[in-house]
Design a protein around this ligand. Structure first.
Ligand SMILES: [Fe+2]
Ligand SMILES: [Fe+2]
Length: 216
C-alpha cells in the first residue's frame, strides 16, 4: 500500500532493514527540533498546579512525535533516524499511557460532570474514548516495529511499519484537534480551581509525585 506523499523507494525493505543500524547523530539534525524536547516527563510536582497546561504541553509533544514519524516514514535512513526511533518509542511506551490515563480516568469523567447539560459533548467524549481504544491496537504494532528497527533487525513486513506509522500519526492528529478545540477550552471554562487542584494531584500521584503544600 502506498501512502500519499511517499516515494516508492521509501518502502524498499533494504531501507527499513538498514535503519536500525544507523549511528546516532546530532549534527545532521540541523533544522529538526531537539528530540529531548519531546520526551520531558514532568518531574517537578509544582507543574501539576496547572494540570491543563501540562495536558496542552503533552499535546504539543504528541504533534512533534507525529512529525518525527512522518520523517521516519519518508526517509528512514537519515543520520539521526536511530535517535528519532528511540524518542518515538520512549514516548509511546513511557508517556502516552500516562497521558491517556490522565484523560480517561480523571479529566473526562470530571468534565462530563462539570459541563452544563445544554453543552452536549457526550458524543465527543465517546468518540475520543473509541479513538483511545484504536490507538492501543496501533500502539502495540508500532512499538514492535520500532523495537525491531532500534535493535537493527529486519522488519518482517516493512510496508506494515509505514502503514502503522502513518495511520497512527493521522489518528493522533485528528484526536488532538478534537481535544484542543473542544475539550481543553471547556476544561478551562468549567473546571473550578478546586477541580484543577484535584486533577493535578491525581496526575502527580500517577507519576509517583507528591504535590507541594503551597503554590510556588
Ligand atoms: Fe490528549
Ligand atoms: Fe486523548
Amino acid at each position: 500500500m502506498t501512502m500519499p506523499g511517499m516515494q516508492s523507494t521509501d518502502m524498499q525493505s533494504t531501507d527499513m532493514q538498514s535503519t536500525g543500524t544507523q549511528s546516532t547523530g546530532t549534527q545532521s539534525m540541523g533544522r529538526r527540533a531537539a528530540p529531548e524536547a519531546f520526551t520531558s516527563s514532568q518531574q517537578d510536582p509544582r507543574t501539576f498546579l496547572a494540570p491543563l497546561d501540562i495536558l496542552e504541553g503533552d499535546h504539543a509533544r504528541q504533534h512533534a512525535v507525529c512529525e518525527l514519524l512522518d520523517q521516519l516514514v519518508r526517509n528512514p535512513r537519515h543520520a539521526a533516524a536511530r535517535r528519532e526511533l528511540e524518542v518515538v518509542r520512549d514516548y509511546l511506551v513511557c508517556e502516552m499511557p500516562l497521558h491517556v490515563a490522565d484523560e480517561e480516568e480523571d479529566l473526562f469523567p470530571l468534565l462530563r460532570r462539570r459541563c452544563p447539560k445544554t453543552d452536549d459533548v457526550g458524543e465527543i467524549f465517546d468518540l475520543l474514548q473509541r479513538e483511545h481504544d484504536i490507538d492501543w491496537t496501533l500502539h502495540r504494532a508500532l512499538v514492535q516495529n520500532l523495537d525491531a528497527l532500534i535493535a537493527g533487525a529486519a522488519l518482517a513486513d516493512p510496508t506494515q511499519f509505514i502503514a502503522n506509522a502513518t495511520a497512527f500519526a493521522e489518528t493522533q492528529r485528528r484526536h488532538l484537534a478534537w481535544e484542543n478545540a473542544v475539550i481543553l477550552p471547556r476544561a478551562r471554562r468549567h473546571l473550578s480551581a478546586e477541580d484543577q487542584a484535584e486533577l493535578g494531584a491525581r496526575m502527580a500521584a500517577r507519576r509517583g509525585l507528591a504535590m507541594p503544600e503551597e503554590p510556588a
